[in-house]
Design a protein around this ligand. Structure first.
Ligand code: ADP
Length: 279
């Protein structure tokens, strides 16, 4: 599913964010990625999302070489990813249902399909009864469950969760990881979750990859073998690594761009036929 072959990433002249990373993740795996602040975790995720390309080495995901992927193919590639952020990234003026439906609108799904799949995704995260609520009427944990439903609704093959429990209380955090675990087990979705929370990773029997100074220094299923520095808490109010969206409008725009769509009628349910990427 995911292959990093000798991948290095240097920003500018000399900031070595990743150094000779070799990593294989099978389809259906659930992997925690841990490491101190600045270790290279966000860079690792950005590479998988094809937001950054390696300075050297090769990344192959589902048989697709991300190094050589054409720019116009990137949005279509990203449609297969479900991404969950620390700060939820819900659109405040839309209801829970509309937030989840939005991810389907932008890829041109039909109304019928949208109604069916959004209802299903909300039931999976236990929020069917909140479909008409607005994000601000929900707790942090509930908002993250909506974000998870949005990540799931297009049948993602791979879910990338970047500190998904960073802004919610510990009780709710466990619910979120339990949900990811269920999705992983029931739907065989591959899951990569970056976290700082040692309490969380030690509750699960999962593969834990530790990054230090851009290198993978530990890859184990035993939480007791995870190096200490990997699990220190993130600084309070640490900005989330990417896609910062300052206003609702910018947020919508950014989201559409991620899916290769522009705002306007072409983003509506009738756009399906225009959606097939040219070879
Ligand atoms: P983490 O997510 O583990 O905190 P990052 O991948 O964000 O680590 O950062 C790894 C290193 O790369 C750090 O030294 C960071 O300052 C640097 N870095 C990250 N993004 C950029 C960028 N766009 N330009 C220059 N340096 C960067």
């Amino acid at each position: 599913m995911i292959d990093f072959n000798n991948v290095s990433k240097t920003y500018g002249e000399d900031v070595k964010a990743l150094v000779n990373v070799n990593l294989h993740i099978d389809a259906g795996e659930f992997v925690f990625v841990v490491g101190a602040s600045g270790a290279g975790k966000s860079t690792f995720l950005k590479m998988i999302m094809r937001e950054e390309v390696p300075t050297s080495g090769e990344i192959v995901i589902n048989g697709q070489n991300l190094n050589t992927m054409k720019a116009r193919k990137v949005p279509y590639y990203r449609r297969k990813l479900g991404i969950v952020f620390q700060d939820f990234r819900l659109i405040p003026s839309k209801t829970v249902f509309e937030n989840v439906a939005f991810a389907m609108h932008v890829i041109g799904a039909s109304q019928k399909e949208i109604s069916r799949r959004v209802a299903y995704a909300l039931s999976l995260v236990g929020l069917s009864h909140k479909a008409k609520s607005y994000p601000k009427q929900l707790s942090g944990g509930e908002q993250q469950r909506v974000a998870l439903a949005r990540a799931l609704v297009n049948d993602a093959e791979l879910i990338i969760a970047d500190e998904p429990t960073g802004n919610i209380d510990p009780e709710m955090s466990k619910d979120i990881v339990d949900l990811l675990d269920q999705i992983n087990q029931n739907k065989k979705t591959t899951i990569i979750m970056v976290t700082h929370e040692v309490g969380l990773i030690s509750r699960y029997n999962k593969r834990i990859v530790t990054i230090r100074n851009g290198s993978v220094v530990s890859d184990t299923a035993r939480p007791d073998l995870v190096p200490d520095e990997a699990v220190e808490p993130a600084p309070a109010n640490a900005p989330s690594g990417y896609y910062y969206m300052p206003s609702e409008d910018a947020e919508i725009e950014e989201f559409l761009q991620t899916y290769g769509m522009k705002r306007g009628p072409e983003a509506g349910p009738d756009a399906a036929s225009a959606e097939t990427p040219a070879e």
